[in-house]
Each structure stands twice: as structure tokens, then as C-alpha cells.
Design a protein around this ligand. Structure first.
Ligand code: FES
Length: 352
């Protein structure tokens, strides 16, 4: 039972209470800690030695794996137009880094579990706010530091420090910029895809054109632009990552449109939407025929095809961009133009 400072019980007997409320004692009693059970490494020096050996062996293994990763990066270089070189480079570099991190993780866990002290202890919660004395001392320390460093007094140094800290990340921006081709505006790379007026919609991966009459109600096609498969492999992969499209046919009356213009981007109930999720760019490849919903498997964003691919669930912030389509003289599905907005995750220049 809780006692006050004078050693009396805080709980007033019912007979002495003036109101009607009854204060009941806490029904739970503190079970305390179970008796400590020593581990094998606490009582057997040989086991402790063995555990120690495992831990440092894993750390040395991690060092070897890191060195191997650097070696793999240099000795399996990526060659242009050679996808095998990309795979080899990625495989060996990835394995080196993975084993290096894994070994550190396993060693740390084993060290903690087998060798570090595992005595149970209790830390009582205490108020986070310091005492008035501590707070006053902290302010004093700050003032002293300010005085001694001359931070407020020496404005040129202070402003120089702030400026240099702001400028410090700039090289990183320049390095990231250099990852994009120098001869092309990176904005254009993100804003435009291979689709253009008159380009036929073709099946992925065969590249055979699709006739509107082949697309039956409820069917869905993975689509790429005509000519994509003829590009060099690395260029083809880059273009495909932006231009992949999902083609679906619904009953015309199931489709709702916000404007006559949007409606003219479809053909007899056939609609084409970017397959690149507007959240972080995974392929939106799961089509549920009954509900007309598209599902992105990465973070479960769902898009309603019947309603201009509006987001109906999940973290995606905007609908999937629609590819305006029509048919040519031979009845093959063609693009009316490129997408009218950038595909994939939003980026800062998107609205410009
Ligand atoms: S990438 Fe599609 S929901 Fe996250």
C-alpha cells in the first residue's frame, strides 16, 4: 500500500471519506526479477574462449569480405553494352558487401549474447526535465562557451562557419548531376519517354504490334513502344524503365472521364496507363479484372482504371499517367503523343 511522506497510508478508509468515490489499491504487485541464470560462457572459461574466437573470426572475415568487394569492383568492371559485365560486377560487389555487413552483425550479436554482461537491472523512470539548478548551469555553460569562442562577437568567423556548412553538401550535388549524361537536359530525361505520335503499341517482350480487335474486354497487356527491342541493351533498359505501359480494355460505359479530351485518349474502351508507380517507381503489374483495380505490389497503392487511374489506396500521391492512344489505318493501336506528364515518382520540376 502506498505511504505518504509522513509514513501514513495515502488511501483514506471508506468510513472516513466525505465523497462517494472509493480509491482502490493497485491490484498488481511487482513480480520482481526472476533469479539470474548464468550462461555457459559465464561458468566455462573454455566456452567463453570459443565464443571470443568466433567473434573475432567473424570480424576478420568481414574485413576480408570488404577487401574482396573492392577487388571485385575493380576486376569485374562494367563495360558499355555488356549486360553480363553488369551482372558480374553487381553479383561479386554485392556478395562482398553483404558478407562484410552480415559478419559484423552476427559478430556483434554473438558478442553481446555470449560474452557481454547479461545481469538484469532495473532503471527507474525519472522526470526528463532537469532541475532548475541544472538548467541554469546549462545556460551558464552556453554563455561561457559563447564568450570563450567569440561566436556572437566574431561575426565574420561565425558567418564563415555557417556559410561553409551550407556549401559543404554542394560537391555531392555536382557529383549526382554528373551521373546524368552531360549532353542532355536531365529534366528532359525524366519528362519524356520513347512514346511519340504514331508509335505502335507492341507486346512486351516480343515487340509484335497489337491490333485493337485483338484486345478483348477484360484482357490486359504489358506494352512497350515499337522499336524498343532494337535499341542497344543498356539504352533499351533505360527507355523501357520509363515507357512501360499497361493496356486494358473495359466496357466503354464502365469508364468515367473528367473531360471529353481525356476520353479521346482511349479507343473503344481500350486504355493505356504507365506501369511505373507514382509512389517510388515499382511496376504496377497486378490487375484485378472484377474491380478494375491496379495494384502495386511494393507498398500496396491501388489505382482505379475505370476512373482515370485515380489513387484509391496507398501512399502514391497521384494517378498513373495515361498514354493517349488511337488506331492507325491498319487497325493497330498507336500513341497519339508522349505522356502529357512525367511518369514515375514525382520530382521537384514536375509542375514546371
Ligand atoms: S512503389 Fe508503388 S506503392 Fe510504393
Amino acid at each position: 500500500m502506498a505511504k505518504n511522506e509522513k509514513g501514513n497510508s495515502d488511501i483514506v478508509p471508506v468510513s472516513e471519506q466525505t465523497g462517494t468515490g472509493v480509491v482502490v489499491p493497485d491490484p498488481f504487485t511487482d513480480p520482481g526479477l526472476p533469479p539470474h541464470r548464468p550462461r555457459i560462457t559465464d561458468i566455462d572459461p573454455k566456452a567463453a574462449k570459443r565464443a571470443e574466437r568466433i567473434v573475432y573470426t567473424l570480424f576478420y572475415f568481414s574485413i576480408a569480405a570488404s577487401v574482396f568487394a573492392v577487388y571485385a569492383y575493380m576486376f569485374f568492371p562494367i563495360e558499355p553494352d555488356n549486360i553480363t559485365s553488369v551482372r558480374l560486377n553487381t553479383l561479386w560487389l554485392g556478395l562482398g558487401i553483404a558478407f562484410s555487413l552480415l559478419a559484423i552483425g552476427v559478430a556483434a550479436i554473438h558478442w553481446g549474447k555470449a560474452l557481454m554482461s547479461d545481469k538484469e537491472g532495473i532503471d527507474y523512470r525519472h522526470p526528463v526535465r532537469g532541475t532548475e539548478e541544472t538548467r541554469a548551469r546549462a545556460v551558464e555553460i552556453f554563455k561561457e562557451a559563447d564568450q570563450e569562442s567569440g561566436f556572437s562577437r566574431r561575426t565574420l568567423i561565425r558567418n564563415g562557419l555557417i556559410g561553409s556548412l551550407i556549401a559543404f553538401p554542394l560537391p555531392a550535388i555536382a557529383i549526382f548531376r554528373s551521373l546524368a549524361p552531360m549532353d542532355e537536359d536531365p529534366n528532359n530525361l525524366l519528362k519524356h519517354t520513347m512514346w511519340d505520335t504514331g508509335i505502335r503499341l507492341t507486346r512486351d517482350p516480343t515487340g509484335t504490334p497489337i491490333k485493337a480487335s485483338d484486345v478483348t474486354i477484360g484482357s490486359a497487356y504489358q506494352v512497350i513502344p515499337e522499336g524498343l527491342i532494337d535499341l542497344p541493351e543498356h539504352e533499351m533498359l533505360n527507355e523501357k524503365a520509363k515507357a512501360a505501359v499497361l493496356l486494358v480494355r473495359l466496357e466503354k460505359e464502365d469508364l468515367t472521364w473528367s473531360s471529353a479530351e481525356r476520353e479521346s485518349w482511349s479507343y473503344e474502351g481500350i486504355v493505356a496507363y504507365s506501369k511505373i508507380c507514382t509512389h517510388v517507381g515499382c511496376p504496377v503489374a497486378l490487375y484485378e479484372q472484377e474491380t478494375h483495380n491496379l495494384l502495386c505490389p511494393c507498398h500496396q497503392s491501388q489505382f482505379d482504371i475505370a476512373n482515370e487511374c485515380a489513387v484509391i489506396f496507398g501512399p502514391a500521391a497521384r494517378p498513373l499517367p495515361q498514354l493517349p492512344i488511337t488506331v492507325d489505318d491498319e487497325g493497330y493501336l498507336i500513341a497519339q503523343s508522349d505522356f502529357t506528364e512525367p511518369v514515375g515518382p514525382s520530382f521537384w520540376e514536375r509542375s514546371r
